[in-house]
Design a protein. Structure first.
Length: 84
């Protein structure tokens, strides 16, 4: 199974760059029919993870994937499963 990994550690303080990268990786997954995207917002205070989850809940994004899985073993990781 093909997978894309997006680590947000390097741009955690730049909201515009985060949204841009999230858009890019979602569009890449759709275009290349990648079944899984792993997003790593990191553990921290949890604010970045909440921001990523809010982004993924936007209707225009939500219609593109099948489900979101929060890693139960690693709080700082989110999996986005696509429908292909």
């Amino acid at each position: 199974m093909a997978k894309i990994k997006l680590d947000l550690h390097d741009i955690f303080s730049n909201g515009q760059a985060i949204e841009s990268e999230l858009n890019r990786v979602i569009q890449e997954a759709v275009a290349k029919k990648i079944e899984l995207v792993e997003i790593i917002p990191g553990k921290g205070s949890g604010q970045l993870k909440k921001s990523v989850l809010r982004f993924l809940e936007e209707l225009r994004i939500k219609k593109l994937y099948r489900r979101i899985e929060k890693d139960d073993k690693n709080f700082g990781r989110i999996f986005v499963h696509f429908r292909f």
